[in-house]
Design a protein. Sequence first.
Length: 366
Amino acid sequence: MGGTPLETTLRKYIEVASKKKPADLVIKHAKIVNVFTKEIMEKDVAICEGMIVGIGEYEGKSVHNANGQYLVPGFIDGHVHIESSLLSPSEFSKVSLLHGVTTVVTDPHEIGNIAGSTGLEFMIEDARQTLMNIFFMLPSCVPVTPFETNGANLNAKKLAPFLQKPEVLGLAEVMNYQAVANNETDILEKIQLMHQHKKKIDGHAAGIGMEELNVYPAAGIRTDHEATTAKEAKERLDLGMYLMVREGTVAKDLASLLPAITPENSRRCFFVTDDKLINDLVKEGSIDHIVRQAIALGIDPLQAIQMATLNAAECFDLKTLGAIAPGYRADFFLTDDLTKLPIHEVFYKGTLVVQSGQLQDHLFAD
């Protein structure tokens, strides 16, 4: 039967979901971490063409035995500068996957500040070669101030063409608060451009108190990763913003912010690394490291995992990421301990990319 590619794919999903055809892959004997209900389910997971299409009892052309391990959605880093790791996106992805991170939202501010549009093009094209989801927020302040000497100037006109690229989600951390508060033309043109294209806008409100902070959500800026105290965290949540809980190489705010996070408001919070050097990524980990620390500081493991997955996905409208359920991408990992979180196997689009804690080298060959 004919039809559009989308119709053909939908028919396959429905046929597998309804058990009329076998799945491409079935994960059996797994304890599924349900981030919607914060419960554990012991059922099969049916996968078709890289998407989860069924939870229950399924048969597949291929079967992966989880041996009673926990099946956890792939972690999401909601704000990171890949350049700070001193790696290209393709090399950064290899390290991140080992830590169960299957999605990042990156701000290529550093390379944009040096190489302008050419640098952004390189980052996006290189990211497309990876076996992980790399989304981009366009640098908002290049240069940061009119007095800065740098290699490029990315105004609204230069950013506009990038909005046609599917991996571009919006405008990255708006760090020039005074420019917004004073209605300066350059930043308002960028903000207006994002609104016209229904894109997201990240904030950067270092040291900004609640009264002044109103400027950001009023302008449609809905996130901030610069809260360093529980009071600042609460102020951002009170104004309806998403709280990015940062723990990286230099800025370590997790312990200070956790007192402000409750079961009632945690759905508006998620984890970010912001800047993390390669040696720290290798030694400590990425979002997995933050989740372990949050649990050690008293956060319920299922709540911490929800913050590291579904919350970030919903903030950025990544509708098929962040959960293990029909209609979601088959990005997940297996672990035998929800507190210590050793990463044993990692799947990206239903493909096993990490096995026994090691990259599947044949998938990453140049």
